[in-house]
Ligand binder design. Structure first.
Ligand code: 8YV
Length: 315
C-alpha cells in the first residue's frame, strides 16, 4: 500500500526527514519550482502537512488538500496556521510545547545580560586590539536587582521569571487575568502599566490577533529612555515601526530582539542602531531542544497515522 503523503512547507533536519520517510511519502514544497503545480500533482495523496513555528499553513493551502487530516508544527507557536480553517474540516493541528520552554527562557535572560553588559561590543573591543590601544571598555548597565516586566505569563514567561528571581529582580507581569502564583510577582492589568514598572520588559506573549502589536508606541515609550525591550515571542507582537522610531530617537533606550517582522530579511534600519542586540530567531535552537521538538512533531504525525491519540493537539 502506498505511503501517506506528508507535505513539508519548510526544511526539517535530515535525521527527522529520514525518520518521517519510514512512514510517509515526503513532498518538499519548499523545493518546488512551481508550487501550484507541485501541490496539484500530489494533493490527493497528502494526509499531513509538516510546517514550523516560523512558517505557515494557510487556508488556501489547506483547501487544496482534500484528504488532509493533520498539520504538525515543528515549534510551539502555531500563529502561522489557520487553525479555524483546519478545525472546520476536523483537521487536527499539533505543536511542540514544553520541550523548548527552558532554552527559550535561557536565551531571553542571556539577551538581557548581553545587552545590559555590552557583551558583544566588549568582545569586539578586546578582539580588535582596542583594549590595548584605547584602554578600558565603556561602563555598562546593571541587571540584577532592577525591575523586570514579563508580558505574557505562559510557560516561557514563567520560566523567564524564575530565572530573573535568581538575579534578585523586582518582577511584575501582565496577563489577561491575574494568576495564582507561588511567587509574589506583581500583577499589572495593562501592558502600559507593566512597561512603566519595567527597566527590562520581556515579551513572551503567544502570537494571535489579540496580541498583534500589543507592544505599541505607548508601551514602548513607557519603558523609557533607560529601559530595555526584550522580545522572544514573535515580531507581530510589537509595532516594529514604532520600535525603530523610538530606538532611533532615544525614547526607548535599548532592545534585544530574537524575532522580527519579515524574517529572515529583517528591516535594515536595525543594522544601523548600536542600542539593539540582534539575534536570528534561535531561542529554541540547541541540539537537545531541536531533537526533542523533532521527536514530538514526529510522534504526533505517527500517532495520527496509527489512529492513536495525539500527544500535543491545539484544537
Ligand atoms: C522556531 C519557534 O522558529 O517554536 C517556535 O514557535 O518560533 C521556533 O522554535 C521554529 O519553530 C523551529 O524552526
Amino acid at each position: 500500500m502506498a505511503k501517506a503523503g506528508l507535505l513539508l512547507v519548510g526544511e526539517y533536519p535530515q535525521w527527522l526527514l529520514d525518520s518521517l520517510e519510514t512512514q510517509f511519502e515526503l513532498h518538499k514544497l519548499y523545493e518546488a519550482e512551481d508550487e501550484d503545480s507541485f501541490i496539484k500533482n500530489c494533493a490527493d495523496s497528502i494526509k499531513a502537512i509538516g510546517t514550523r513555528g516560523d512558517l505557515s499553513a494557510t487556508r488556501e493551502l489547506i483547501d487544496q488538500l482534500p484528504n488532509l487530516g493533520i498539520i504538525g508544527v515543528y515549534g510551539v507557536g502555531f500563529d502561522g496556521v489557520d487553525v479555524a480553517a483546519a478545525t472546520e474540516r476536523s483537521i487536527k493541528v499539533t505543536n511542540t510545547p514544553d520541550v523548548l520552554t527552558k532554552d527559550v527562557a535561557d536565551l531571553a535572560v542571556a539577551m538581557m545580560l548581553a545587552q545590559s553588559r555590552g557583551v558583544v561590543g566588549a568582545d569586539n573591543w578586546a578582539r580588535s586590539g582596542s583594549w590595548a590601544s584605547k584602554g578600558p571598555y565603556a561602563l555598562q548597565r546593571r541587571a540584577h536587582g532592577r525591575k523586570a516586566g514579563i508580558l505574557g505569563l505562559g510557560r516561557i514567561g514563567l520560566e523567564v521569571g524564575k530565572r530573573l528571581a535568581a538575579f534578585d529582580m523586582d518582577i511584575a507581569y501582565y496577563a489577561t487575568t491575574e494568576k495564582q502564583l507561588e511567587q509574589n510577582w506583581r500583577y499589572c492589568s495593562s501592558a502600559v502599566e507593566l512597561a512603566e514598572h519595567s527597566d527590562y520588559l520581556f515579551v513572551t506573549l503567544a502570537a494571535n490577533p489579540s496580541t498583534t502589536k500589543l507592544v505599541d508606541e505607548k508601551v514602548i515609550e513607557a519603558i523609557g529612555k533607560d529601559g530595555t525591550l526584550i522580545n522572544v515571542s514573535r515580531g507581530s507582537t510589537v509595532d516594529e515601526a514604532a520600535l525603530l522610531s523610538a530606538l532611533s530617537s532615544g525614547k526607548l533606550g535599548y532592545a534585544a530582539l530574537d524575532v522580527f517582522n519579515n524574517e529572515p530579511a529583517i528591516d535594515s534600519a536595525f543594522f544601523a542602531l548600536d542600542n539593539v542586540l540582534l539575534q536570528p530567531h534561535h531561542a529554541s535552537a540547541t541540539h537537545e531542544t531541536r531533537q526533542a521538538m523533532g521527536d514530538l512533531v514526529q510522534d504526533n504525525l505517527f500517532a495520527y497515522l496509527a489512529g492513536k491519540s495525539l500527544i500535543t493537539p491545539v484544537n
